[in-house]
Design a protein around this ligand. Sequence first.
Ligand code: NAP
Ligand code: MG
Length: 527
Amino acid sequence: MKNIKKLELSENYSVFSPADGQEVGNYPLMDRAAVDEAVQRARERFPFWADVPMTERRKILRKVASVLSENADYYAEIIARETGKTKLDALLADIYSTLDLLKYYSKKANKLLKPVRASGNPLLPGRKLYYRFEPKGVVGIIAPWNYPFTLLAGPAISALTAGNTVVLKPSSQTTESGLIFQEIMEKAGLPQGVIQVITGNGSVTGQALVENHDLDMIFFTGSTQVGKDINVQAAKRLIPTMMELGGKDVSIVTRNANLDRAAHGTLWGGITNSGQTCIGTELILVDRAVYDAFLTKIVPLAKNLKSGREAGQVGSMTMRSQFRIVEEQLKDALEKGASVLVGGKVDRDQKGLYFPPTILVDTTPDMLVRKEETFGPLLPVIPYDSLEEAVRMANQSEYGLSGSVFTTDMDEGRWVANRLKTGSVNINDVLVTYAYPSLPFGGVKKSGIGSYHGEIGLRAFTNVKSVTEFGWNLKRELFWYPVPEGGDKVAASLLAALFSGNPLRRLTSAVRAGIQVIQIAWSRRKQ
Ligand code: NAP
Ligand code: MG
């Protein structure tokens, strides 16, 4: 907070809780000058932080976990207030997943970032080869509002663990989540300026961060459209980006599924966090042989789900703009012949953005709800006739974030999992790939570029530097100038000795090469 007050500010903005309309906070809308100053400060702090030994960084991670877990209830309350989600959603998805990542990196970061030995080459003997992982520098992170804490903490913790400094822009709707993250980090001993949270909206503050010339990497989580625009700008300055974008995830329920688990799982996958989960179930595809039986399982479960401030099982949506998209998709589906089995009617007397959990049937591929990301509690159930058809329907999407398959036949499950064009798949599960910090998390196609979490994800915040070390006290190498007489003949013998497919040829060439090398060494002994 201190950092922000020092910077030049132009105006302020207020955030209101989507659950009850009450003001959550009022924050400075940071302009370009303020953003540039934050990046400059991050640049100045970078050499210091990059030099802090990993043991110290890991100590801070452990302390962060301790501060966060001891005050989890307090922080969950703040996250719930600005998003409208239930406290349980905040505790499980935002706080627990962050704690798990902290624990994983505090245990493993040393090993994951240790230099890696590489194998040698007989033409260049005597060298020790390895590659090192060095921090990139200043990482700009832009985060969304749906899981406002974990989706900024995840990349920020990864970037900081790898030795980068961070300038972080939360979504303006969830500014407080960014500020509490900085507060927790600094309470745990992270020196000032190593992470700075900048407050403001996308078009002013976010844009200023993207246009800053002194960033070494941009990590963006949000919509595909904004992600594309950011990539175009970053490409002009050759700044690497990592993109975690939208999705249209499919859950496939086969005729061999445990239908109870499939109904519970897909309902939770589609409705948790009011459907505002990038890897949430957006479409449920069910084998026609078990379609009716599946509906008789999921419909009563969905009917029992209460949304609303009193009920507390399903929270409110967070953004009015997103609420309108869900309303629009429902209207479009109904106009084109879909039917509602559960929900579908917004209670206008409810204060807040409460959209009832809704199950749709009789949808067709031309409907918006089938083609576009919904990001709300609207779940079409669609029958299919063969698994090939189900996989084809799933892969038709321009997105490729995640997906799931429900079956008691694990071979069948793997068959589907291997064919889905997505960044992750769950068999008899939903959403859990994100919950394992050891698994890389990312999407393909229009769902993103790159992955974070796990070994790959931590290393993604580094530059790889290859190093060779040569310790023999030799004056020069065989082929260095002046080129030895008959050098081409030696080279030909060596290549045949190493790569010929004929073992006898390899042997005779090796002997010839050995003699030629000794002759050269002898003729050079006085040079
Ligand atoms: P969004 O509009 O793209 O916003 C995401 C972030 O970018 C916010 O911080 C926003 O700031 C900022 N922003 C907006 N315009 C910007 C610009 N021109 N320059 C720089 N920053 C800008 O996304 P959203 O609609 O809030 O979030 C929902 C989307 O995120 C969905 O498509 C969802 O699937 C995707 N998502 C993906 C993942 C994943 O891991 N793949 C996870 C969660 C969400 P303001 O909000 O302050 O304007
Ligand atoms: Mg938006």
